[in-house]
Design a protein. Structure first.
Length: 389
């Protein structure tokens, strides 16, 4: 019973993050694979901000040395994040998704324990996936945002730096490459997957330093990142990054057959989609010769080929632009999305905006900002900026 209580409290703690989790028996069973009883108690006490082991020990009412030893073991198991602030090591519990779940397979290594975790994780999110995704969609914001493929935007159109994958890479200072969790999970579960690269998941600055330090990611230089970006575009992959204008932490390169978000959109046909760009495809039917090339590139089925005719469903377009360069007749172009809302100014603002949206959607209250928004956002942004210095 005590074991169940510890892991149940941890499940509720994860659900307090800006990205919710499904509170179902399958999710709690999965946490038992990752966390021991004592680790679950300690993790449940960790706030989103970074705190010292001594602070956690006071909350747990245990010897600081014992608590620090447990936290260090959790870092090795990729269950918590850490960094050193003015000589003091501090710890924090990241969201479960994106965060703890992805860390488990981003190394590219597969162990029996990780196979068990992946199967239980799959069961947990499948148990209530439609409800979970509808909850995310109803929040009105997402931690992810699509960035259009460079070639898909004409030189006459103005593209902001936060909408340009190459600008994001060029403006960052520290880089790591890890394995794509979604494709690795397909491999672990022995499910059909594509031939897209596995080692292509990008992280920047503070998150990159954490991944490199804990051997979750491999340190690379800027040229390698740009080469990986070219490789992603060769495979018609969709670029997804933080829904912010600065302080970027990651860039995924997603496919419609493996990526959790894109496959969910394909299965459940959520409207509006969870991740979109500020662009949308315009199709010139007069120029189209119905060759079908764009339909093979499209990851979301916005473009489909029926009876040798191309069909376009605008509601499914996320504005990734992978279809535009493959069209031999210039029948496709990206145009500004009319109902687009600008992303949060910074990474910290994005987290706080998502928390406010969770409160608003869950309690049906007209809340735009939470108390302490500026202070909490500044704390997160200061840590993010510390990376790569």
């Amino acid at each position: 019973m005590a074991l169940d209580l510890a892991h149940r409290l941890l499940a509720y703690r994860f659900n307090m993050s800006y990205v919710p989790v499904p509170i179902v028996p399958e999710f709690i069973d999965m946490l038992k694979v990752l966390y021991t009883k004592e680790e679950a108690w300690i993790a449940a006490l960790l706030p989103p901000a970074f705190v010292s082991a001594r602070t956690v020990a006071r909350l747990r009412r245990k010897d600081p040395a014992v608590v620090e030893e447990t936290l260090q073991e959790m870092v090795k198991k990729r269950l918590v994040m850490e960094y050193t602030d003015r000589g003091v090591q501090k710890f924090s519990l990241p969201p479960f998704v994106p965060g703890v779940a992805e860390f488990q397979l981003m190394t590219g290594e597969i162990t029996p324990e990780l196979v068990e975790f992946t199967k239980k994780f799959h069961d947990a999110f499948n148990a209530k996936q439609n409800v979970f995704l509808e909850k995310l969609s109803s929040m009105g914001s997402s931690f992810g945002r699509v960035i259009p493929v460079n070639e898909s935007v004409s030189s006459s159109q103005h593209v902001l730096a936060y909408e340009d994958a190459r600008s994001i890479i060029k403006d960052s200072k520290k880089f790591s490459i890890s394995h794509c969790y979604c494709r690795m999970a397909k491999d672990v579960l022995d499910e059909k997957s594509c031939d897209a690269p596995r080692d292509i998941c990008m992280s920047f600055d503070f998150p990159a330093e954490f991944l490199i330090r804990n051997k979750i990611g491999k340190e690379v230089d800027r040229d390698t990142m740009l080469a990986k970006l070219d490789l992603a575009e060769e495979h018609n992959l969709v670029h997804v990054t933080d829904n912010a204008q600065s302080g970027f932490s990651f860039m995924c390169h997603c496919c419609g057959c493996c990526c959790g978000f894109l496959t969910s959109l394909n299965v459940y046909n959520l409207k509006p989609p969870l991740v979109v760009s500020s662009w949308i495809v315009e199709w010139d039917v007069e120029k189209c010769d119905h060759c079908g090339k764009c339909t093979r590139a499209c990851q979301l089925g916005a473009l489909s080929w029926v009876n040798k005719n191309t069909l376009y469903n605008e509601e499914r377009c996320i504005g990734c632009g992978v279809c535009v360069p493959v069209c031999p007749n210039d029948a496709l172009r990206l145009a500004p999305r009319p109902d687009w809302e600008e992303p949060s100014p910074t990474y910290g603002d994005m987290m706080m905006d998502m928390m406010a949206n969770r409160v608003r959607s869950g309690l049906n209250l007209p809340i735009k900002k939470l108390p302490g928004h500026k202070y909490a956002a500044k704390l997160a942004n200061d840590i993010i900026r510390s990376g790569g210095e």
